[in-house]
Ligand binder design. Structure first.
Ligand SMILES: C[S@@+](CC[C@H](N)C(=O)[O-])C[C@H]1O[C@@H](n2cnc3c(N)ncnc32)[C@H](O)[C@@H]1O
Length: 263
């Protein structure tokens, strides 16, 4: 084989392995280490350093990287959420965003809400650095936004505070016992007729993709696999009662958006 081609293949291999090791260290690896220390008991113990350390947040939060992690479906998922938001009457009412996320989802959702005449946009997260980072993305729109440190599983917001609530890829990172609690809190904070817009991973329909996805979750995000069965968010919402739900899947079933309307 040509020596240049051989060299190139080694460089690609090295880059892939280093990236995987970096992500493992900044996600599951750190949680395994944390589990061995006293920190393991606090309500932030499930949060990866990639979301709490400002240097790591800034290092990782690049749109192409984030889009690639979501198999280039990020744009479609955000576009759907924005479209759904436009169908909610937000005039002088509040939009809640339950937990920050990388990429442009926060500015796009905030912009859609402000354009729809929302009274306030409440951006919440359990990690202050995530809120500081989110604030840096919304620019002039921040006049309409409140950034609030709060725990999605035990929120300090009053009942019925929001006309819509966006939860973007939070559930798969929560310990199982907290997944249902986060959904229950989401419902409590919605006014009657309000909408929960939830984006998450879903069990892929295609066997190859399912195998790859299974491997990804086992290595990096083991809390996510339960969304395929025991903690399917649609099943959880329907079993709670008081919701009308509609699920759409994307990219051979690998992702889902649930639009759940509070009765
Ligand atoms: C919503 S997920 C987003 C993951 C996804 N990979 C992304 O960035 O597109 C990560 C966010 O959830 C936040 N988070 C984790 N647990 C939380 C909780 N119990 N309450 C509120 N926010 C939480 C983290 O601090 C982080 O900002």
């Amino acid at each position: 084989m040509n020596i240049w081609l051989m060299g190139g293949l080694w460089v690609v291999f090295f880059l892939l392995v280093s990236t995987a090791l970096f992500f493992f260290a900044a996600t599951r690896g750190a949680l395994v280490l944390r589990g061995l220390t006293a920190d393991a008991a606090c309500d932030k113990s499930h949060v990866y350093p990639i979301y709490s350390n400002m240097r790591l947040i800034k290092l990782v939060d690049f749109q192409p990287v984030i889009s690639a992690i979501l198999l280039f479906q990020y744009h479609h998922l955000v576009a759907r959420i924005v479209r759904e938001l436009r169908s909610v009457d937000l005039k002088n009412r509040n939009l809640l965003i339950t937990s920050c996320a990388f990429g442009n989802v926060i500015p796009r959702v905030v912009q859609a809400a402000v354009q729809a005449g929302a009274g306030r946009v409440l951006v919440t997260d359990i990690i202050d650095n995530e809120l500081v980072h989110a604030r840096s993305k919304v620019g002039d729109l921040s006049a309409k936004v409140e950034f609030i440190e709060d725990n999605a599983t035990a929120m300090r917001q009053p009942d019925g505070v929001a006309a819509a609530n966006v939860m973007f890829f939070l559930l798969h990172e929560l310990p199982h016992r907290l997944k249902r609690q986060a959904l229950s809190e989401a419902g409590r904070m919605l006014a009657p007729g309000g909408k929960l817009l939830l984006a998450e991973f879903h069990r892929p329909d295609v066997r190859v993709l399912r195998a790859m996805s299974w491997l990804y979750f086992k290595v990096f995000e083991p809390l996510g696999l339960a969304l395929w069965n025991t903690h399917d968010p649609l099943d959880c919402l329907e079993s709670m009662g008081g919701w009308t739900c509609q699920r759409t899947t994307y990219f051979f079933g690998n992702f889902q958006i649930i639009v759940a309307t509070r009765q």
